[in-house]
Ligand binder design. Sequence first.
Ligand SMILES: Nc1ncnc2c1ncn2[C@@H]1O[C@H](COP(=O)(O)OP(=O)(O)OP(=O)(O)O)[C@@H](O)[C@H]1O
Ligand SMILES: [Mg+2]
Length: 316
Amino acid sequence: MTSGSLNTTGSLGVILPGWTKLFSGKIRDIYRPTSASPHAGSDVYLIVASDRIAAFDKVIPTKIPGKGKILTQLSLWWFDRTKEIISNHVIAADNSAGIEGRGMLVRGLQMAPYEIKVHGYLTDRVLREYIDHGTVGRSPAPMGKYPGDAFDTPILSASFKGPLGQKDTAITWPELRERVGARRANKIEDVAIRLYERGREISAQHGLILADAKFEFGSDADAASSRLIFADEAFTPDSAHYWVKEEFERTRERGEIPRSYDKEIIGKWLAGPKSGWNPASGTQPPPIPQDVVDETLARYVRVYEMLTGQKWCRPA
Ligand SMILES: Nc1ncnc2c1ncn2[C@@H]1O[C@H](COP(=O)(O)OP(=O)(O)OP(=O)(O)O)[C@@H](O)[C@H]1O
Ligand SMILES: [Mg+2]
């Protein structure tokens, strides 16, 4: 038996017959078919979302129980609702024993080494940069906006993905254009804006405001095709920032910044005095207390329930 035909256990500790782990991202484990698999020889991967959570580009040593299922279920939900704009990597959900709700059978792609973010609103996350430099993700932004204000036209930003364990680097749009070529950059711009607009429209129908969203793209491994394909995850609270509309309006009347339904609370706790950790130190972050874990999960669940209309069942 060659190493290529061995089944391996992923971070969830389950053996997935017919699959061997290729690598782990911060959140997801990526498997390729073993030589004994019916998928052997085809460009198919199994992506399994774990309960890991990352902040400041580092994986935190505390899990958010059930979060991986929310990420996969929401991604499937959104990929299905955006497939007219751009084709995506999903082949099917995979609910094999041990990864129920977390697995996605996908087309194995040549991933572009950048992430694209579309900012529809000024969020507190980019406020410092906006005040200091008048930019958002290094892209010029119109002046005179307050946190929670919408931009007249969504702002695009890009970052190059660092190797695992290293930080992503923000780059300007002209830099992206230089790296990928004007034609590709125009295509990415068009698709990313349309994805965001669709996301914003659907979110609004469910009582949510989509403040911003981050996308990853790939293309078929077959060098003959460079068609852009939407991959990784879609509009999850890990990759997008949501506000609950009705809460947003109340908070803004009081002149406050609305809370966002994502992992903001973890970032705030880590950067605050109680963590004893300096995000700029480059060291590993400490574990997160239970109340912060519970509140983070509650926010992810809220987004899942508002969008899908399904009641979230806590995993046993
Ligand atoms: N269809 C695909 N084919 C090949 N690789 C993929 C595909 N979809 C996603 N990936 C890659 O798999 C990995 C998914 O892991 P994960 O989402 O944990 O990524 P990460 O980049 O480490 O974290 P984050 O998304 O938080 O920045 C990423 O490297 C992503 O680019
Ligand atoms: Mg990712």
